[in-house]
Design a protein around this ligand. Structure first.
Ligand code: TXA
Ligand code: MG
Length: 338
């Protein structure tokens, strides 16, 4: 067990947390997407500690966080035109850009790939902390590998106290799902993982955009472009059954059917629009279907709450894959895919 120091967000505390990073330690910090588990991306030993703390497979590469675009040239070989356009428009923000990496970044970060994912987060505390570190910070989501990403400091403390050197307790995450991962090594951007920056937003800047088939489909391919996508992810302890359908009536009918024959204590994770249709069953409403941003923000927290309340089965209402709905459904499919 490590002696984990808990920090608030004052300047003095952030400087002290940054000192831990400079000395090769691990610090969890808030971002607008999910909390990240950070270490110096140039230091093999420090990066190794991330994989150990999370129990993460070492073939799954990490994202590198920086606070200022001018620093990117130290870590990637070249910023392609599409990368520049996307960075100008959406950084700081929930977007990770994949480019060819320089040797300054540890090979453990990229899991042996020739590329590296870079992100400038928009969360103020994250930016200030990164500035004091003045190093590239490798940081995956700060959950135990496989479980839902943490969207508040309570989640982080419950998963990671005793496993890292420091935890910065900031505000709850605004977006609630991880960043959009975009391969920008070529001429057309390829979305490897959907997130807060939607395909439409990418297309507005770059014209063409490709959505990798791993985003929507199978999770078992042994060599997907974004290695993390092959693992079961984001899952609560409860069994998740995801219900989709061509219209809302069909979804409601299917949910009612499935609810009759479930294992153990069951909850329906549903929307404002459907919550009154399930009066015989326990429900938890996670937002309106017209506001997928709210559902994105609540999803991982709802998974954790279901576990805390001892539910054994979660029936999850599917939503449209419009906007950030694509990211919600990407996480939902993986949570259900045990
Ligand atoms: O919002 C986020 O991105 C959060 C916060 C902390 O910034 N971080 C995060 O990291 O979600 P992580 O490690 O949980 O997910 C990183 C994803 C994985 O699916 C990984 O496979 C992919 O990015 N990835 C990282 N480097 C890559 C690379 N060079 N090529 C392809 N995919 C890469
Ligand atoms: Mg993760």
């Amino acid at each position: 067990m490590k002696d984990t120091k808990i920090f608030g967000t004052t300047k003095e505390e952030l400087i002290e947390a940054a000192d831990i990073i400079k000395n090769g330690g691990t610090v969890i910090f808030p971002t607008e997407t999910v909390y990240g588990l950070g270490a110096n991306a140039k230091n093999d030993e420090a990066v190794e500690k991330i994989f150990i703390a999370k129990g993460r497979p070492s073939d799954n590469p990490l994202i590198v966080h920086i606070d200022d675009f001018s620093k990117i040239n130290k870590y990637v070989k070249k910023v392609t035109p599409i990368a520049k356009k996307l960075a100008d428009k959406y950084w700081p923000g929930p977007m990770t850009i994949i480019l060819e990496k320089q040797d300054s970044i540890s090979n453990l970060v990229s899991a042996g790939l020739k590329t590296v994912g870079i992100r400038i987060p928009s969360n103020k505390v994250a930016l200030e902390f990164l500035k004091y570190c003045d190093l590239p910070i490798a940081a995956p989501s700060a959950n135990i590998s496989g479980s839902p990403s943490p969207t508040n400091s309570k989640h982080v403390i419950s998963d990671m106290k005793g496993r890292v050197d420091g935890i910065i307790c900031g505000e709850n995450c605004d977006v609630g799902v991880e960043s959009t991962v975009i391969d920008c090594t070529g001429e057309i951007p390829v979305i490897l993982r959907p997130g807060g920056i939607t395909p439409k937003m990418v297309s507005e800047v770059c014209g063409d955009v490709i959505i990798d088939k791993g985003v929507d489909g199978a999770t078992d391919s042994s060599k997907p472009k974004s290695p993390g996508m092959k693992y079961k992810h984001y899952a609560p302890k409860a069994e998740v059954t995801l219900i989709t359908g061509s219209d809302l009536d069909e979804i409601i009918v299917k949910i009612l059917e499935v609810s009759k024959n479930t294992k153990g204590k069951t909850v329906i994770l549903c929307s404002e629009e459907t919550k009154d249709s399930f009066y015989d069953f326990e429900t938890m409403c996670i937002g309106s279907r017209n506001k997928p941003e709210t559902i994105a923000k609540n999803l991982f927290n709802a998974f954790r709450e279901c576990d805390e309340k001892g539910f054994e089965t979660i029936i999850l209402e599917g939503i449209d894959k419009e906007g950030i709905g694509l990211a919600v459904m990407n996480r939902a499919v993986r949570a259900a895919n045990k």
